[in-house]
Design a protein around this ligand. Structure first.
Ligand code: HEM
Length: 417
């Protein structure tokens, strides 16, 4: 721990550091025990909240702690928002919006991501997963990230939006790279520019939907009424980016980590392959254990306290969901994967009103991918020497590359179309 104001429990902590990426469970445990609300001066200064109960309490007090992004009236710069350090540019809608505005957007979107709406998409997800495995099954090797875990969520998001399936690479690559490229890396700006393609395609398709309405998500964004009015082009872009940004790399990371873990625990893999009915409970445990989004920010909008811990107006806070999900006060033996853990009140999808809009979709895509792999290439073995984790877990706890080999098998004739 660093020296400084003891009430702030100062630490020298940077969630972007490779050291944190390599040792985060131990680092969180140490902070949770010694300094459950620690203050770091990095990135302009912020609290690191590592206890489950504090994270949930803060997430459930939007009137005191806000994820909203706004423009500083004096400088015109973007302030607040979900990212530490603050990111310039668009604000995610609905995630970086406060009530009452937030409820209009969330109600507008909810129906498209309800359990019923997601049930209808199961067949398409199965078809895409089968087609992705078909592309590699005769060759006997694949990259779990690039060949499966990354394309499937991109294909499904494209399906839901109403873009053409052959565009998935151009959409998924920039979102994937943006997540694992550190903000100070020279290629970060180039990666951000890759997102322009998505922005342009949203504009083009919205213009088309306005002339020729369709019942896809782009059609809803173009022509649907929220609180009796149409959305502006800027709102549409901000919603589209929130949905794509939230939807793509998160499920990718969950699937990649799970398949890696199962290859390293072949008995568990065989058990799950033989009993797919175990997945609904096992899935929640992998969500807890992986926690694809490690943490997101809030800004204190007034002086207040959390159980006696004083927070000042303007303070930034990192809600470390991955630390909360390993809190021994809530989860017995928290670093272990127990696929029958129940109840499992993990916060991998957040807590409070901003809890994930896409949770049913994510669960469905994930289960479809892992069951397809276990059914068709059950003996996959990881090429351990060639795997590459993200250099930073600050945005998503994922993998750049997980090559694997397996016994080749037959295609089933599924196509991406
Ligand atoms: C395993 C996959 C996923 C994980 C771990 C995840 C995680 C999260 C988390 C932690 C939050 C809370 C944000 C906060 O605290 O402010 C959130 C919100 C959100 N997620 Fe997800 N997410 C996943 C998949 C998806 C998918 C597939 C979509 C696509 C629709 C999506 C869209 C959103 C949106 C729009 C919000 C903001 C909700 C609001 O502000 O009302 N997410 N997600």
């Amino acid at each position: 721990m660093a020296e400084g104001d003891p009430a702030r429990c100062p630490v020298d902590f940077d969630h972007f550091s490779p050291e944190h990426a390599a040792h985060w469970p131990a680092r969180w445990a140490e902070m949770r025990e010694q300094c459950p609300h620690a203050w770091t001066e990095r990135h302009g200064g912020f609290w690191v909240v590592t206890r489950y109960r504090d994270i949930v309490a803060i997430a459930q007090r939007p009137e005191d702690f806000s994820p909203a992004k706004y423009q500083d009236p004096e400088t015109g710069e973007s302030r607040g928002g979900l990212a530490i350090p603050e990111l310039p540019g668009l604000r995610f809608i609905p995630n970086e919006v406060d009530p009452p505005e937030w409820s209009g957007y969330r109600t507008f979107l909810n129906r498209r991501f309800s359990p019923k709406a997601i049930d209808v998409l199961k067949g398409r997800a199965r078809q895409f997963a089968a087609a992705l495995v078909d592309r590699v099954i005769e060759q006997g090797h694949l990259d779990i990230v690039d060949d499966l875990a990354s394309p499937l969520p991109a294909l499904m998001m494209i399906e839901i939006f109403g873009f053409r399936p052959d565009e998935w690479r151009s959409f998924s690559d920039p979102f994937h790279k943006m997540v694992y490229t550190p903000a100070d890396a020279p290629e970060f700006l180039e990666t951000m520019r890759g997102l322009d393609y998505f922005a342009r395609r949203v504009d083009e398709e919205i213009a088309l939907r306005r002339v020729e309405p369709k019942d896809d998500l782009l059609g809803l964004l173009a022509n649907g009424e929220m609180d009796g009015r149409l959305l502006t082009d800027e709102e549409i872009q901000n919603i589209a980016f929130n949905l794509m940004g939230g939807g793509i790399d998160t499920t990718t990371a969950l699937t990649s980590n799970t398949l890696l873990y199962l290859a390293r625990h072949p008995d568990l893999r065989s058990r799950l392959a033989a009993n797919p009915a175990l997945w609904p409970v096992a899935r929640e445990e992998f969500l807890r254990w992986v926690t694809p989004i490690h943490g997101l920010a809030r800004t204190a909008i007034r002086d207040s306290d959390v159980d006696g811990w004083e927070v000042r107006k303007g303070d930034r806070l990192l809600l470390a969901y991955s630390a909360g999900n390993r809190d021994p006060e809530i989860f017995d033996d928290p670093d272990a994967v127990k696929i029958d853990r129940f109840p499992n009140k993990h916060i991998a999808f957040g807590a409070g009103m901003h809890r994930c809009l896409g949770s049913f979709l994510a669960r469905m895509m994930y289960e479809t991918m892992v069951t397809e792999v276990l059914a068709r290439i059950p003996d996959y073995a990881i090429v351990e020497a060639d795997i590459q984790p993200y250099e930073t877990v600050a945005r998503v706890n994922g993998w750049v590359r997980i090559p694997a080999t397996f016994t080749p098998g037959p295609k089933v004739g599924a196509v991406i179309a």
